[in-house]
Write a protein that binds this ligand. Sequence first.
Ligand code: CO
Length: 137
Amino acid sequence: MITALDHIAIAVPELETAVARFLGDFGLQYDGDEVVEAEKTATAFFSVPATHIELVAPLEGTGPIASYLEKRGGGLHHLCFRTDDIDADVVRLRDKGYQFIGDNPSPGAHGARVIFIHPKSCGGVLIELSQPAEGVA
Ligand code: CO
């Protein structure tokens, strides 16, 4: 029985820049790093509160997910960070040089306002910011 999402692993060229992003830019709680000698791998961990898994599929055979599947096949598509002030975070991250897909947040699932950071400005990872609708946890 699966009880929790333990972690999501992102391959990065080196830890320092990526740690700065997730700690400094996204403000996640840094739990430290560890070398796994046997795997010739350096790791760093961050804690995030309980999360969800979202499956995303093309609607009526078109749209961004259809293009994604055509180009890259299925797999990990994006990480979504919840925010309590999406407009402020967009301004803050734009100032740091992040490029967003679209100018402003748009409607997402569950009435949330969402916007995506272009993977080109985020180490190849598509990041979504989501501000839940009032009253939705
Ligand atoms: Co999403």
